[in-house]
Design a protein around this ligand. Sequence first.
Ligand SMILES: Nc1ncnc2c1ncn2[C@@H]1O[C@H](COP(=O)(O)OP(=O)(O)O)[C@@H](O)[C@H]1O
Ligand SMILES: [Mg+2]
Length: 371
Amino acid sequence: MKKKRKIRVGIIFGGKSAEHEVSLQSAKNIMEAINKEKYEVIPIGIDKDGRWLLNNSTELLLNADNPKLIKLNQTMSVSLALSPGEQNRQLQSSSDEIQVRQIDVAFPVLHGPFGEDGTVQGLLKLLDVPFVGAGVLGSALGMDKEVQKRLLKAAGIPTANFLAFNENSEIDFRSVKRKLGLPLFIKPVNMGSSVGISKVADEGQFKNAIAEAFKYDRKIMAEEYIQGRELECSVLGNDKPIASVPGEIIVGDNHDFYSYEAKYIDENGALLAIPAKLSLPIIKKVQDIAIKAFKTLCLEGMARVDFFLRNKNEAIVNELNTIPGFTKISMYPKLWEASGVSYTELIDKLIMLAVERYAREKKLRTSVNLK
Ligand SMILES: Nc1ncnc2c1ncn2[C@@H]1O[C@H](COP(=O)(O)OP(=O)(O)O)[C@@H](O)[C@H]1O
Ligand SMILES: [Mg+2]
């Protein structure tokens, strides 16, 4: 009997984002752990200028074992051209020397704008390639913290009160203070990694925080401060999503909140407690809300749902991430491991979910049958 050929998975990583290096780490871990009996990996790197690169050798990543020095190998690579509508030739090389292998499914491991926000997902849809994770709408909703919160609120899911502003808004400290109280949070609407986020307690800090947030986005928000523990829950699935055990981020005393420094600079900035120490009813509550939030935002495949736990039993959703960190020590895969799904199995399930969704979408008619 002829042996079935392996499924070719294009892992797309890097990207025009502050989280470029985190993405390289995630991709490296996925490439190492993926079931090689079943899948053949085609690495596709996006450099910081947004160019898509590929490389026939396995050397697309340099210094792969050093998180501080890891980077894309640009010299050995050619850029990739994408051709929507070209059956089985969707990916083409800019050079005759390097031949492109067509992929069966894509796994975008990109964080932040230009990757997690629906842009790359739209491109993959046009290319007619199944891909892991949320579609265009879900990805866009996952990226915009304000629209996300509006939908969560409309669905009755507890989330912090907020006000949104654009560059033309009159922003009056007193009125914001009256509505949200102090301290409060100021953040850009479309960012991640705590970039541009400040906690403010007075008018001077408020003004500085607004200027800082507008450096990163044209839309910003002020949010009521929620004092509580920070919990995270992993969700997996398409129509019938399931939730993992929750974990907890315990931020070090020397940080005011889970800031960029606490996340990436200070090695002792935060501890992950996996699973979080919680009573069974709270675990159930967090899982139920996580699944409801996932469905509310039209998500598919995967998401990490982040919470505050106030007064021991109020689970308040902070935000959802549609492409969470994916290194072996990242919360999303760690929570699945603690729930009985290994890292390798998780990758397999995510790819199968992508293929399943694609097959379902393919069944839809693309033209009207006139009688
Ligand atoms: N309303 C809030 N109340 C209390 N802490 C907050 C609030 N909003 C954000 N934070 C703190 O800031 C961190 C980053 O904010 P978040 O909205 O999750 O942005 P990012 O997408 O950059 O992770 C959170 O993990 C939390 O520590
Ligand atoms: Mg966050």
